[in-house]
Structure formats: structure tokens, C-alpha cells
Design a protein around this ligand. Structure first.
Ligand SMILES: [Zn+2]
Length: 359
């Protein structure tokens, strides 16, 4: 067995450890979160501060598909210890005594049973959390069907029947019969009953397995983790020293000013674990939208799909990312080369050449 998850009940955890020595032991996120919330309640932490501490631990949703990283997203024990240490001062202010309590009761627990690296070893995808929800809903369904006080053979028989009934319900939902339907996002897998009728058992089995795998995959891709990068103080270059002469002075000034604002605003630039050389940059004009900015280490170029960048091959998103990633010099050199190429290129508009020369 690869992994086994429990709600953390000591007897159950010990028994599963004894029975499956080499299996990764996971702990249910919901149970841990409930315990931590109870503790914060006990300390008398305000609702607002509670929310902050919980998101430091479990991460928080930026929008439907994105999540800011929390302690649970650490990839190594060292990273966990370091991250926890950086939280001490903040937590001591927000919720006195909580830091020590968490460290004593949960630090080792997290490193052995909770953080992302452990979950990945257990076979869960990158950011997927572990809960006992599925088991618990299965438990309650089974209890309803089988009742209590069964002998093992009769329980197993009823369990088999129960599984068959569920499989049957999936088949019925695929052909839009019975009382259950596939969720909207899976409705492309529905099959007209007239077609289903012409399929032999192996074809049907294949399609059912496709439906099951599809559901598992959708669950996996639901959230990408973003790590906020450190807020930096400002730009190491200035509009006067940047060496860009093919863009109007006032536009350059505006770009520098906005880049500075991005750098000083918390959460406006975040890293994306799947793409180490990419950043997600919040839009200054509309905080609900963002730009995907990509660093090309080979050429020095940094790409952004925004309108400004399309026009001028530079924008405040790119400039702020260059500074944040420490590649500002490389980027500005790339940008200067680009303007020389543009000026010597025969396709370039004459008016712009003369403007560049007279500047
Ligand atoms: Zn941009």
C-alpha cells in the first residue's frame, strides 16, 4: 500500500502504521483545520486574525483557480521550518501563544503527514489536499445500506452489492436515465441511449472508465499554487539611464512609475511553481485581472501579452518582474538591442528613425 490517510485519531493512526509500515501516512486537512480553529477560538483571536493565521497555514484562494501558498505547500522540512520561523513575530502579534502551541503540536505532524512533498509521495497531485471526506461519506452511505452489527461475510456481500449499485448509477447517468446526472463539466461524456444500446459490454466498460478517469483528472487540475514574492524597494534603473530611445519620454516615465508601484505592492507579483521563469502580475488598473509574464533567460527578453508591450516591447509588468527576478540589466540590454535592430531594419517606419536620431 502506497499511502493511508486518517483523521489523526491516535489508535487508528498507530494501527495503520503497524499494519502498513512503509505506507505514507496522511492526515485529514479538515480535522487539523478544525482543531487549529478551536485553539484560536480558545485563545480569543478575532475573526479577522483567525482568517490570516489559517491562510498562513493552509494557503488562501486568490480566485477560483489560484491559491496562495501556505505552510501545507512546503516541499521540504527545511522550507517548512524556515517558513514557520518567519511567522513567529506575526503570529505572536495576531494570536499570542499560538505559535508555540502550533510548533509543539503540529510542526512534526505537518512535516511527516501533511506538507506537499509528503502528499506527492502518497500519489496526490501537486497541490491536492487530503481529507477523509470521501471515506466519511462512504461510511455514512454504507451504514445506511448495511446497518450495524454485521458478520464480516455478510458485510462483504452487502459492500459488493453496494459498489455494483453505484457503478450502475454511473452508467445510468451517462445515458441520462435514473435519478442522477453527470455534472455540467462532464456532460460531454454523456452518450445517447440509442448509441449505448449498440455498444457491447467492453465498449461500455471502456467508456465508464473514461468517465471515472476524467473526473479524477478534473479534480487534480483545480488549483495552482502561487507564492508571493518579496516586496522590493524600487527600481535599480531610471527612465534617464535606461537607454531606450525609441519610446516617447512620457511613456517611459509612466512605465517606470507604475513598475515601482507594482514592486511596492504586496501580492502584485507572484511566482508560479510549474513555471519557474514566469510570474503572475496583477493589473494596476483592474485588480481582478492579471498578466502572465515570462522570462527568457537565454535571450534576456521578458514577455508580456499586454497592449502596452505589444506597442513598445516594454511595459511596467515586465520591468517590475525584471527587477524582482534580478535580471533587470539583462532585460534592458535586450531591449536596447531590439531598438537598434528596429532602426536598422528596412521595414521600420522612417518617421520613427528620425525621431530616434533627433532625440
Ligand atoms: Zn505588460
Amino acid at each position: 500500500m502506497k499511502a493511508i490517510g486518517t483523521d489523526g485519531e491516535v489508535a487508528l493512526a498507530n494501527a495503520s502504521l503497524m499494519a502498513f509500515e512503509s505506507a505514507t501516512q496522511l492526515r485529514c486537512f479538515n480535522h487539523i483545520q478544525r482543531n487549529i480553529k478551536n485553539k484560536l477560538q480558545e485563545i480569543g483571536v478575532s475573526k479577522e486574525n483567525k482568517k490570516i493565521v489559517i491562510s498562513d497555514i493552509f494557503g488562501s484562494l486568490a480566485d477560483t483557480a489560484l491559491r496562495y501558498a501556505g505552510l501545507v505547500d512546503c516541499l521540504t522540512n527545511i522550507e517548512f521550518d524556515q517558513k514557520l520561523e518567519t511567522l513567529q513575530e506575526k503570529w505572536d502579534t495576531l494570536s499570542p501563544n499560538f505559535y508555540m502551541w502550533f510548533k509543539r503540536h503540529y510542526a512534526d505532524n505537518f512535516k511527516s503527514h501533511v506538507i506537499q512533498s509528503v502528499r506527492n509521495v502518497a500519489g496526490l497531485s501537486r497541490s491536492e489536499c487530503y481529507t477523509t471526506n470521501d471515506n466519511e461519506s462512504m461510511n455514512s452511505a454504507l451504514q445506511k445500506v448495511c446497518g450495524k452489527n454485521k458478520t464480516l461475510p455478510s458485510f462483504l456481500k452487502e459492500l459488493k452489492d453496494f459498489i455494483k449499485t453505484q457503478e450502475n448509477q454511473i452508467s445510468l447517468a451517462i445515458v441520462q436515465q435514473g435519478h442522477l446526472r453527470l455534472k455540467e463539466e462532464f456532460q460531454n461524456l454523456e452518450v445517447p441511449i440509442s448509441t449505448w444500446a449498440t455498444w457491447d459490454p467492453s465498449e461500455r466498460k471502456k467508456h465508464i472508465s473514461k468517465v471515472n478517469n476524467y473526473i479524477a483528472k478534473a479534480k487534480e487540475s483545480c488549483s495552482r499554487i502561487y507564492t508571493p514574492l518579496e516586496v522590493t524597494n524600487g527600481l535599480s534603473s531610471s527612465p534617464d539611464s535606461c537607454g531606450i530611445t525609441d519610446v516617447q519620454e512620457n511613456i517611459i516615465k509612466d512605465i517606470w512609475e507604475k513598475a515601482e508601484r507594482l514592486l511596492q505592492k504586496e501580492f502584485s507579483i507572484v511566482s508560479i511553481p510549474e513555471y519557474p521563469d514566469a510570474r503572475r502580475v496583477s493589473s494596476l488598473s483592474n485588480p481582478k485581472t492579471c498578466h502572465f509574464v515570462e522570462i527568457c533567460r537565454k535571450t534576456g527578453n521578458i514577455k508580456c501579452e499586454c497592449h502596452l508591450n505589444k506597442l513598445h516591447k516594454i511595459c511596467h509588468h515586465v520591468l517590475a518582474v525584471a527587477e524582482n527576478a534580478g535580471v533587470s540589466d539583462d532585460y534592458l540590454q535586450w531591449r536596447q538591442k531590439k531598438q537598434l535592430l528596429s532602426i536598422t531594419s528596412s521595414k521600420y517606419h522612417f518617421a520613427k528613425i528620425s525621431w530616434a536620431k533627433t532625440k
